[in-house]
Structure formats: structure tokens, C-alpha cells
Design a protein around this ligand. Structure first.
Ligand SMILES: [Zn+2]
Length: 199
């Protein structure tokens, strides 16, 4: 059983933040269902998973959402192929992405559906949406308004390298920045908002 509340951002989010979010919260002890009724609506869009042949070789969209109701989504830049981010979608986020052509995700830290760029304007326009063999992961190839994807201000979320190989064995890895130029600071882009990175 899941309670669903629709409306302006409450709780974690300050007054004045733009956008409508669907906040969901599972009843303790009765499992998590991040989508609630929104999820039920979305399920009508997706085929039941009936056979391996159907899932792997068929033309029906039959995504597998995990026990949290989520499917991982990898997002690359349409022009360059650069990996921009990895996120999650619930059924509603996938449905809205399909219907609008703009990337929607489900934030696990905020437990909220969100349209990428809702606040920042860094909207992701989906040029191609792919699903993998067993339909438990989607790949978004996007063009991004402003070209920046990461809330930290970097072009991609993947802006640090972990050194690998025997030369580094037994040492605490020292992360190497692969990009230095930040387009913005979080506080400037999202004034008054809590950082979505949770410790
Ligand atoms: Zn990021």
C-alpha cells in the first residue's frame, strides 16, 4: 500500500521551488511502491512479461522494474556519445519520457519524480530511447539545453577517474579530475535548495 501526494514541493524542498512533483511514500512494513496510482496508469502502457522470446526478441515494450519499482537509465550525449549520467526511472518517469520526449527520472534521495531541467533549465531532449535485451535498463541519447548535465556544475556526472592497475594496488585511490571547468556552482543554480547528494 502506498500513499501518493501530488502538488507543489513540500518537506525537503523549500517554498518557491518551481515544478510539480509527485511525492510518494511507502507505508512501513508494506513494501515500497514509488509510483503509486501513477504507476498503475503507467503499467497500462507496458506489456506484461510473458516469455523470454517476447522480452528478448519481440516488439512489445515490457520493462522490468525492480522491487523498488525502478529501472536504471543511462544517459549519453547524442552528438558525442559521452556518458552524462546514470539515474533511475519509475514507471511514471518512463511513461512521461516516452510521451513528452523530455527525460524524466525518479530521484531516490528525494523520493520524487522529476523532469530533468525543471529548475535548472538544463532540459534533456531525447533523440533516441533504447532498451536492453532483457528490458531492465534504458539508454537515453539526449541533446541537453546548455550542454550541462550534472547538478555539481560539470558537463557530465563522471568528472573523476579512479586510477586502476597494479601500480596503484594497496593504496587508497586518489581521484583524478577529468574535467575542471564548472558551468555553475550548485548554490547559484539551485538557490535555497538542499543538495540532492546524500551522505
Ligand atoms: Zn551529476
Amino acid at each position: 500500500m502506498t500513499a501518493v501526494a501530488m502538488g507543489n514541493i513540500l518537506g525537503d524542498w523549500p517554498p518557491g521551488a518551481r515544478g510539480v512533483f509527485i511525492r510518494t511514500f511507502a507505508v512501513p512494513g508494506q513494501g515500497s511502491d514509488p509510483g503509486g496510482r501513477e504507476e498503475e496508469m503507467s503499467q497500462e502502457l507496458f506489456a506484461q512479461r510473458r516469455s523470454i522470446e517476447q522480452v528478448e526478441e519481440g516488439t512489445e515494450l515490457a520493462p522490468r522494474f525492480d522491487e523498488q519499482g525502478l529501472i536504471p537509465a543511462v544517459t549519453t550525449d547524442f552528438a558525442t556519445g559521452e556518458l552524462m549520467m546514470v539515474g533511475y526511472m519509475n514507471a511514471a518517469a518512463l511513461r512521461l519520457t516516452i510521451e513528452t520526449g523530455q527525460a524524466h527520472y525518479f530521484s531516490r534521495s528525494r523520493q520524487a519524480l522529476w523532469r530533468k531541467g525543471e529548475t535548472s533549465g538544463l532540459v534533456q531532449h531525447v533523440r533516441e530511447l533504447l532498451i536492453d535485451d532483457d528490458q531492465d535498463c534504458v539508454w537515453l541519447r539526449v541533446e541537453i539545453d546548455g550542454g550541462i548535465s550534472c547538478h555539481v556544475g560539470y558537463r557530465s556526472c563522471f568528472y573523476r577517474r579512479i586510477p586502476v592497475g597494479s601500480a596503484h594496488a594497496g593504496e587508497t585511490p586518489v581521484l583524478e579530475f577529468t574535467m575542471r571547468d564548472k558551468a555553475f556552482e550548485f548554490e547559484e543554480m539551485y538557490p535555497g535548495q538542499p543538495n540532492p547528494t546524500k551522505l
